[in-house]
Design a protein around this ligand. Structure first.
Ligand code: AMP
Length: 219
């Protein structure tokens, strides 16, 4: 099962990826998470990506494509994968088509998460992310049992939540604008795919998961 999630920041791609990962044991490939790890480890890619991310801009295509090319060649990809946040531009979509062909891989589902801008701004500026496992909760869940669940990357304690720099109000607007300009053509690129699904991402995450799961089971 190889799946693609396309949608604006805050549309629920990461949340659904984690649910699918738990259910099916597939690999979650989030280019945003990969860049944040690279930044924390101060690698060359991390240093290059940081300025773009802080400004809410996209990292150059060549950098992202190389990152994904290397990752898709790892052996765990055979378990199936979810691509979350890649491709985000037309050249990235073309590069992915070529790469999948080269590796003999196929996409079993392309899910487009549609959410209006007001809700995205509300969700992004109110979300908190675990600095270890990248789990996301909303501000009003802090202090509740959901927030205190054990962290998957820190077996001795709960998640440690923080606000991502790019989830601050001024950067959020910019990220949504960049998405609208640069990622809209990617949706059209996949619309003709027979496994393309247009989801209402404003629904409750459990409802969204039911729809995705039903589609996966049917295909
Ligand atoms: P995300 O966690 O998916 O919201 O990504 C955070 C940031 O990482 C984005 O705002 C971009 O700066 C960068 N990024 C992640 N994926 C890509 C991509 N496919 N193309 C370009 N930049 C990306």
């Amino acid at each position: 099962m190889n799946i693609l999630f396309i949608g604006p920041p805050g549309s629920g791609k990461g949340t659904q990826s984690k649910l699918l990962q738990d259910q099916y044991g597939v690999v979650h490939l989030s280019t945003g998470d990969m860049f944040r790890t690279a930044i924390a480890q101060k690698t060359e890619v991390g240093i290059e990506a940081k300025g773009f991310m802080d400004r809410g801009e996209y990292v150059p295509d060549a950098v992202v494509i190389n990152l994904i090319r290397d990752r898709l060649k790892q052996p765990d990809i055979k378990m199936g994968f979810i691509l979350d946040g890649f491709p985000r531009t037309e050249p990235q979509a073309v590069a992915l088509d070529q790469l999948l062909e080269e590796l003999g891989l196929k996409l079993g589902g392309v899910f487009f998460f549609d959410v209006n801008k007001d809700l995205l701004v509300k969700r992004l500026s109110g979300r908190r992310t675990c600095k270890n496992c990248n789990r996301v909760i909303s501000l009003d869940q802090l202090g509740t049992p959901i927030a205190n669940e054990r962290c998957q990357k820190n077996p001795v304690g709960p998640c440690e939540f923080y606000q991502r720099d790019d989830d601050r109000a001024d950067v959020v607007e910019k990220r949504i604008d960049v998405y609208q300009k640069q990622t809209t053509p990617v949706i059209d690129h996949y619309r003709k795919n027979k496994n393309f699904v247009h989801l209402n991402g404003a629904q409750n995450p459990k409802e969204v998961f039911k729809l995705i799961d039903a589609k996966i089971r049917a295909s």
